[in-house]
Ligand binder design. Structure first.
Ligand SMILES: [Zn+2]
Length: 134
């Protein structure tokens, strides 16, 4: 349960970040003991900053909630950020931004995560939870 919840928080953080920063989540899913995914659509012109922060939000959630291990889930976001054209030395700054977002929205990220543990979540449900319409 704890492990699953950690993966769920990682994916939930990606989802909530995408929604807050203007992308549209389609589905969030746990696919194994150690991984899941958040499928989303970019709205309007893709913005590297939005993509970068959302990509690192999962890692930021790992850092916030996992006490023992620094990176519970592989830091998939780092590769994504570099593929967006950011330099390696921009990673700490982007990660701090992602951590700020995760901290500010920790309660809803946790709420969404607890539903992801029970099954796939649609973007519609993520938005309902974010509006407090649970
Ligand atoms: Zn991730």
């Amino acid at each position: 349960m704890t492990r699953l919840l950690s993966v769920a928080r990682h994916e939930s953080a990606h989802a909530v970040a995408h929604e807050i920063l203007g992308n549209r989540v389609r589905v969030v899913r746990i696919t194994g003991r150690n991984r899941g995914f958040c499928e989303y659509a970019v709205r309007g012109r893709p913005d590297p900053l939005v993509e970068g922060i959302s990509a690192l939000a999962g890692h930021a959630a790992d850092l916030r909630w996992s006490h023992a291990k620094r990176t519970l889930v592989p830091a998939d976001g780092h590769r994504r950020v570099l593929s967006l054209g950011f330099r390696g030395r921009s990673l700490p700054t982007l990660l701090e931004m992602a951590r700020g977002l995760v901290e500010a929205h920790a309660a809803v990220i946790d709420l969404v995560a607890r539903e992801i543990v029970r099954g796939d979540l649609t973007g519609k449900r993520v938005r309902e939870l974010m509006r407090g319409a649970a």
